[in-house]
Design a protein around this ligand. Structure first.
Ligand code: CTP
Ligand code: CA
Length: 224
């Protein structure tokens, strides 16, 4: 099989991957989410799997399927993803958090369907609460020997934000991309990455297939 042909440089390593969007339910039929397809995370998971890792994927709602000997924990909300990840993390060697986690969740309307107001022209106001930062929480509890990789989706100052997130979330590696550029970000097969690590190494990669980006990111995390 393909798995037999790949280098085994992640053999026996326990790897946690988050992927996809999260879905924050508001009423019986509506939720707050984003267009993440989970492709980057699936590429990270498959690359690690081929290289011999023991992979656990914590997946928000996506259309993806995974090899049957890969551990998959399906979740919906950011809080469910947070619970799954904080449970799993102490036993992991590496974490790679690609999920597009909703930073906020709407204050639930309730179990029933919200009925529109018939008095013409009146809008509604929805309140939001803050979700936990999963990556930051894992970074803060990172122990000796554990390695943690994060992503950053930006529309502004890519390099500054990547450096800030690497630092504040206590990461070993961050891969940042400008989601306003074509061929980068949500729902496309390619990505254009600025990669920064805790040793101060900085690299700007050209636009590459996400499969190739994933392979290179594991290479980079294994450096030192
Ligand atoms: N992340 C996470 N939990 C959150 C928010 C983000 O685990 N509640 C992770 C993402 O999976 C990604 C990284 O943190 O690996 C950066 O996500 P991003 O949205 O770019 O950064 P934020 O810290 O949420 O800041 P902002 O959205 O304001 O840029
Ligand atoms: Ca965010």
């Amino acid at each position: 099989t393909l798995r037999a042909l790949a280098p085994k440089d992640l053999e026996g390593r326990k790897v946690l991957i988050t992927l996809g969007p999260t879905r924050e339910q508001w009423d019986a039929v509506r939720f707050w989410s984003n267009p993440s397809s989970g492709t980057m995370g699936a590429c990270m998971a498959m690359a690690a799997y081929l290289r011999g890792a023991d992979v656990t994927v914590v997946a928000g709602p996506t259309a993806l399927t995974f090899p049957c000997d890969m551990g998959v924990v399906p979740v919906r909300s950011a809080r469910q993803m947070y619970e799954a990840c904080t449970d799993l993390w102490p036993d992991m060697d590496m974490g790679c958090l690609t999920a597009a986690v909703a930073d906020y969740r709407p204050v639930p309307f309730g179990e029933t369907k919200f009925k529109k107001n018939t008095s013409a022209g009146s809008g509604i106001t929805v309140e939001f609460e803050t979700n936990p930062d999963i990556l930051k929480t894992l970074g803060q509890s990172k122990r000796e020997g554990q390695k943690l990789m994060g992503f950053a989706a930006e529309t502004g100052n890519l390099r500054e934000e990547a450096a800030r997130k690497l630092e504040t979330k206590n990461l070993d590696l961050i891969a940042a991309n400008d989601i306003s550029r074509a061929g980068s970000g949500f729902g496309v097969a390619t990505n254009e990455m600025f990669v920064l690590d805790s040793k101060g190494r900085k690299e700007q990669w050209p636009q590459l297939p996400k499969t190739e980006v994933a392979w290179r990111l594991w290479d980079h995390l294994l450096l030192d």
